[in-house]
Design a protein around this ligand. Structure first.
Ligand code: CA2
Length: 147
């Protein structure tokens, strides 16, 4: 079975509990469930993880490089600040999809720059929780076309 790591960065554990006008009412647990449902139907094993810590995310990216066929990552605010996460993603030899719930290009200027996009295979943003499953759909194609 093919494995996809779905990594979530800082504060995404708060989804659905605060700022629903920006991020909606869906919780991260509900997003995880829809990813697991999709994975079960399409033969993907899902490793769904969230951390508020940069180093932990980097450790998981390195694990994913060894143990998975793809990474779907919402790096949260580290998107806009972390060269370390960018370098970790750059070092793995699996496709990477960057995802954001909100359209970062419609928001504050400081969110327009992503260090991750340059090393991502693709980027999904602004489509809310549905973006996660869309990312997995892309992976189902990307993964099977590469093996
Ligand atoms: O739109 C996205 O998915 C973001 O990655 C979310 C990050 C933000 O820093 C990025 O610019 C765009 C923030 C995640 C924080 O999520 C919260 C959820 C509820 C309440 C507070 C924060």
């Amino acid at each position: 079975m093919k494995t996809v790591y779905i990594l979530n960065g800082p504060n995404l554990n708060l989804l659905g509990t605060r700022e629903p006008e920006v991020y909606g009412k869906t919780t991260l647990a509900e997003i995880e469930q829809s990813c697991r449902d999709f994975g079960a139907k399409h033969g993907l094993e899902i490793q769904f993880l969230q951390s508020n810590h940069e180093g932990q995310l980097i450790d998981w990216i390195q694990d994913a490089g060894k143990k998975s066929q793809g990474i779907l990552i919402n790096p949260g605010a580290y998107t806009h600040t972390s060269i370390a996460i960018r370098d970790a993603l750059s070092a793995v030899h699996v496709p990477v999809i960057e995802i954001h719930l909100s359209n970062i290009h419609r928001r504050e200027q400081f969110r327009h720059r992503s260090y991750v996009s340059q090393v991502a295979t693709g980027v999904i943003c602004g489509l809310g929780p549905a973006g996660y499953v869309l990312g997995l759909q892309a992976f189902a194609g990307l993964v099977s076309s590469e093996r």
